[in-house]
Design a protein around this ligand. Structure first.
Ligand SMILES: *Cc1c(COP(=O)(O)O)cnc(C)c1O
Length: 426
């Protein structure tokens, strides 16, 4: 029974467009009513009808320790008691920046913002400011937030100038966004021969916004080479994969060094935090050290910083957590795959650290177009039925799933059992 959620959704739609503050939450990809959350505890969500779910979304990635982790909660409460925001420096910003610099390789300085969108938008401005160039290369299916020049799509896999994928985005802005197919080296070479004004290439090195689709090592190596050869900067968007795919994010999984890294999600542990980071040379272009302007009233917010510090300190103190999380993720998708096979349903699965993905299709997709060929109707049914069984998966096949530290093998076994029942109905 989700009668309270159904009513709440109706009320919400009267005062909020579509009833939600971020479109995917509306369950359009799977149908049905989004459940309204009352509270979270560790691996579990409780909705306003009192139903309990094992949560594989974890706020779309930030909560690596699960909901309401005691240490993070305590850090937030103690910091909040001292005032919520000052618009002036605090020691907490230096502390979180130092943690990120220490834990990742090849970055000297960090600037905090309040979302992943803002982090990427600012990183691109910085790349353009540093190189004095205008064009950016973006890969189809990668999501970098909703800023104007990144909201572009293309109907084909050919290198082409981007057309806006939303009304309200002027084509004059997106004409500087060159689109390229993910994992397609030829396509990327074509971009570089089409334009000699490329400021940067931005990529999710482990894409998590078209489902989980990692970039191949050869592809990333070629991107790095082409950037170097053409004087363009390479931005790894690690808003999702940072401190998720490994303790060094994607950078710890693939041995390729980007010039700028963007962060979000885990570094805020559930509070609104984003960041971008690079060498001191690159970061010196940023205002007030340099001329590239970037600012924020609530940037480096103390309560948000405290949450991030508590989370990263726990990770730093216990790096083996990534092995444990990775094993749980593999155990989950392994179990799902076995049950799907038994039911004669083709299911492709993959994991990177605590990120996992699964697709209802015959072959593992390597780009957005291939993801588009998966069986979305079957996914929708799977999602609906698993929800009834008490398992909360991302409500779109274009989203990755997340394992949190609080989840137990019992929870996962229960999920695999439930999936067996559900697969038999698909
Ligand atoms: C979530 C995400 C963003 C956007 O972050 P918001 O905090 O939602 O603005 C950008 N890039 C990637 C890779 C993401 O996963």
């Amino acid at each position: 029974m989700i009668i309270n959620s159904i009513n709440a959704y109706e009320e919400a739609q009267k005062v909020i467009p579509g009833g939600v503050d971020s479109p995917v939450r509306a369950f359009k990809g799977v149908g049905g009513t989004p459940i309204f959350i009352d509270k979270g505890e560790g691996a579990y969500l409780f909705d306003i009808d009192g139903n309990k779910y094992v949560d594989f979304v974890q706020s779309w990635g930030p909560l690596i320790f699960g909901h309401a982790d005691k240490d993070i909660e305590e850090a937030v409460i103690q910091t909040a008691k001292k005032g919520l925001s000052f618009g002036a420096p605090t020691l907490l910003e230096t502390k979180l920046a130092s943690l990120i610099v220490d834990m990742f390789d090849g970055i000297d300085k960090v600037r905090f913002v309040s979302s992943g969108t803002e982090a990427v938008m600012s990183a691109i401005r910085l790349a353009r400011g540093v190189t004095n160039r205008n064009d950016i290369v973006k890969f189809i299916g990668c999501y970098h937030g909703h800023s104007d020049s990144l909201l572009v799509s293309a109907g084909s896999g050919l290198a082409t100038f981007g057309t806006p994928s939303s009304p309200g985005v002027p084509a004059d802005l997106t004409k500087h966004t060159l689109l390229c197919e993910y994992n397609n080296i030829e396509n990327l070479r074509r971009c570089f021969s089409d334009s000699n004004d490329i400021a940067c290439v931005i990529i999710e090195p482990i894409a998590g916004n078209m489902g989980l689709v990692p970039a191949s090592i050869e592809f990333l190596t070629e991107i790095r080479r082409l950037c170097d050869e053409n004087g363009a900067l390479l931005i790894f968007d690690e808003v999702m994969s940072g401190f998720r795919a490994s303790i060094k994010g994607a950078c710890g999984v693939v041995d390729i060094k980007p010039d700028i890294i963007t962060f979000g999600k885990v570094i805020g542990a559930g509070m609104p935090v984003g960041a971008f980071a690079a060498s001191k040379e690159i970061m010196s272009h940023l205002s007030p050290e340099g001329p590239v302007y970037q600012a924020g009233t609530l940037s480096g917010n103390p309560v948000a910083m405290a949450a991030g510090i508590a989370s990263l300190e726990k990770l730093q103190a216990n790096p083996s957590i990534y092995e444990t999380l990775g094993k749980k993720a593999k155990y989950l998708v392994g179990g799902l795959k076995t049950e799907a096979q038994k039911a004669g349903i083709p299911l492709q699965t993959d994991t990177r650290g605590s990120m996992f993905g699964f697709f209802f299709c015959e072959y593992m997709p390597t780009n957005f177009a291939e993801v588009g060929k998966c069986d979305f109707a079957r996914f929708a049914k799977f999602h609906q039925e698993m929800l009834k069984e008490g398992y909360y998966f991302a409500c779109s096949q274009y989203e990755a799933g997340f394992i949190c530290d609080a989840i137990t093998y019992e929870d996962i076994d229960g999920c695999i059992e439930a999936a067996r029942r559900v697969f038999s109905k698909l």
